[in-house]
Design a protein around this ligand. Structure first.
Ligand code: NAP
Length: 267
């Protein structure tokens, strides 16, 4: 059954970075189920094409958007293509992430620069370079939305005791960059609000991938035990909050950080 002409996001185009990763796949499929045309960003064409095919098989609309979010020229080329075709963007989701583990003691200066580059600099560049397309989206449908994917570790510190080894924990450069992304979100909300472009963040909690669940069951159990709801997040549970914040149902919400963490940050 085709779902692309119905739903809360019908007629909207959404770019999601890091779309083929664990949570990005759930987000992309959910946006498509709600009728959005999903521009699937990945660094590899084959990865983007595989998710596009999956979405199309479910009756949704998607197309690849292949670039490295850290590559300013590639991002500008993507924006230039939208410009040339006069295409609008209604939703931008800054979701891409990369990095390694570490602690305050072991993290290098470069680790901080790299984390900031992908979480903050790349997100800000996309927000700036795609602003004309977002303005067209807002003019077309009366709403445009940016969603930055932060983390509970942008709000609170990990408890190292939950992890198998300090190096296996979410490192301080990751948390610091994700905290900065929350603040960038607030600036975005205030500076773009007058134009009717909303800017929000989500802070996911413990959503270990199936691979991590298999390879580190004891750690996952310690994380689970720490969650007020008593379980880790299932990938699909990211979908509702993402769709909501990107949809007109959230038309009066901007500058917000929605924790999707089973209550982790409520302790
Ligand atoms: N899973 C969790 O428990 C959790 C918790 C809190 C927050 N989050 C946040 O949620 C988001 C998604 O997490 P996830 O678990 O789905 O991570 P993931 O599976 O590692 O996915 C991250 C995606 O980003 C892509 N990426 C990395 N560097 C890129 C670049 N330079 N340009 C474009 N794409 C790039 C990766 O693609 P490649 O295959 O090319 O590397 C991958 O598809 C991240 O922002 C993460 O920080 C996740």
């Amino acid at each position: 059954m085709s779902t692309s002409n119905a739903g809360r996001l019908a007629g909207r185009t959404a770019l999601i970075t890091g779309a083929t990763g664990y949570l990005g796949t759930f987000m992309s499929r959910a946006l498509a189920r709600e009728g959005a045309h999903v521009r699937v960003n990945a660094r590899r064409l084959d990865a983007a094409q595989a998710l596009v095919a999956e979405i199309e098989a479910e009756g949704g609309k998607a197309s690849p958007a292949v670039f490295d979010v850290r590559d300013a020229r590639a991002v500008e080329a993507f924006a230039g293509e939208l410009e040339a075709r006069g295409e609008a963007l209604h939703i931008l989701i800054n979701n891409a992430a990369a990095g390694r583990g570490g602690t305050l003691e072991t993290a290098s200066d470069q680790d901080y620069a790299d984390a900031y580059d992908i979480a903050v600099v790349a997100a800000q560049r996309l927000m700036r370079v795609l602003l004309p397309a977002l303005r067209r989206g807002r003019a077309e449908l009366g709403d445009a939305a940016i969603l930055n994917v932060s983390s509970m570790y942008g709000l609170v510190s990990p408890d190292l005791r939950s992890y198998d080894a300090p190096e296996a924990s979410n490192p301080p450069f990751y948390g610091a960059a994700k905290a900065a992304l929350v603040q960038l979100t607030r600036y975005g909300a205030c500076q773009l609000g007058p134009e009717g472009i909303r800017c929000n963040a989500i802070a996911p909690g413990a959503f270990p991938s199936p691979a991590t669940q298999q390879s580190a069951p004891d750690m996952v159990e310690r994380l689970r035990a720490r969650v007020p709801l008593g379980r880790i997040g299932e990938g699909g549970e990211i979908a509702g909050p993402v769709v909501f914040l990107c949809s007109p149902e959230a038309s009066y919400i901007t500058g917000a950080v929605l924790c999707v963490d089973g209550g982790w940050t409520a302790w």
